[in-house]
Design a protein around this ligand. Structure first.
Ligand SMILES: Cc1cc2nc3c(=O)[nH]c(=O)nc-3n(C[C@H](O)[C@H](O)[C@H](O)COP(=O)(O)OP(=O)(O)OC[C@H]3O[C@@H](n4cnc5c(N)ncnc54)[C@H](O)[C@@H]3O)c2cc1C
Length: 292
């Protein structure tokens, strides 16, 4: 396979985001490996807009599409591995695999990643977290790539890390991470993973297309509680609906929602919650591209 074969034009992004909605990417590239990715990035004009995508579980591409190149990092065949006592994972590895390998090696602290249905790259970029833990709590260092295809291994201290946010120092994207975890009890970790997954199944509309929590939790409160208190569960626009099961989720039950339906609901929920409670919710999901 050469570069041209891996480059798709007008790729529908609804195929690559968990909401199953939205427009196309003008160009869409699936790198074979990191060196292929480097060569591809180096071949692009400096001005080409780039969007790295993992499993699209926190992403909405507007109906008019993305005027640039999407680089798809997720590969189902990728697996994390042990390196000098740390878990090493390429950015395209699905996050739950990190949780499982850590438990298998009697390392604790990665259990929360079992329920986050994205990639390691997405978890690094979003500082994904739940149940009191965040991705960057357990990352020792990460490997990045820039437009020239140059790789850099950077310690945690070089990244700008915040709640549901992390940015490398320059214009760089994640290609791998090393997770440093304390010794634990593998059996206890597996039990915790099972409990956390059961909690999700009980509280989240996992059988319907969604993108997890739409809004960040405001300090000291929960976005879901605020949305529910405003009576917004079930609010609908076109094919999109505020979930009845979890108020901070927007679902696309029949796969018929447009990105505009979803974005309209996000803005409407935000407006009503601000009006009724005075709290300005901040979206956690990333919205990119052009309106139709
Ligand atoms: C059912 C469900 C439950 C969820 N639960 C949680 C939860 O408990 N906690 C939580 O934090 N999130 C949760 N999420 C949201 C989402 O799974 C996480 O944010 C996840 O880490 C995103 O990973 P991804 O690979 O899908 O990223 P994508 O959605 O593909 O991308 C998200 C952002 O990361 C950027 N990005 C992706 N890969 C890279 C890379 N290699 N380098 C640089 N930037 C990159 C993208 O450009 C985009 O801005 C949930 C989502 C769903 C659908």
């Amino acid at each position: 396979m050469n570069m041209a074969e891996a480059l798709h034009l007008k790729e529908p992004m609804a195929r690559h985001v968990s909401w199953r909605a939205g427009g196309h990417a003008d160009r869409f590239y699936v790198p074979r490996d990191v060196s292929d990715l480097g060569a591809f990035l180096g071949s692009l004009p400096e001005s080409e807009p780039l969007l790295f995508v993992g499993l699209g579980s926190n992403l909405l591409v507007r109906d008019g599409g993305f005027r640039g190149t999407v680089v798809l990092m997720h590969q189902a065949k990728l697996a994390p591995e042990m390196r000098d006592g740390q878990v090493y994972a390429q950015a395209g590895v699905a996050s739950p695999k990190v949780a499982r390998l850590a438990a298998l090696n009697h390392l604790s602290g990665a259990e929360f990643m079992a329920g986050i249905p994205g990639t390691v790259g997405g978890a690094l970029a979003m500082n994904a977290g739940c149940y009191g833990s965040e991705t960057w709590d357990i990352v020792a260092r990460a490997v990045t790539i820039d437009r020239g295809g140059r790789l850099r291994e950077r310690p945690r201290s070089e990244f700008d890390i915040a709640y549901r946010h992390c940015r490398p120092p320059g214009e760089e994207w994640f290609v791998a991470a090393y997770f440093a975890l304390p010794p634990g009890d593998g059996e206890a970790s597996r039990k915790r993973i099972k409990e956390l997954l059961a909690r999700r199944i009980a509280t989240q509309p996992l059988q319907l297309p969604n993108a997890g929590s739409v809004f960040r939790n405001p300090p000291g409160d929960h976005a879901a509680r605020l949305i529910e208190s405003c009576g917004l569960k079930g609010l609908q626009r076109g094919g999109a609906r505020v979930s009845e099961k979890h108020a901070n989720f927007i679902v696309n039950p029949d796969g018929a929602a447009s990105a505009a339906d979803i974005e309209w609901l996000i803005l409407e929920v935000r407006r009503i919650v601000a009006e009724e409670t005075g709290v300005h919710l901040v979206p956690e999901v990333r919205i990119v591209g052009e309106p139709a």
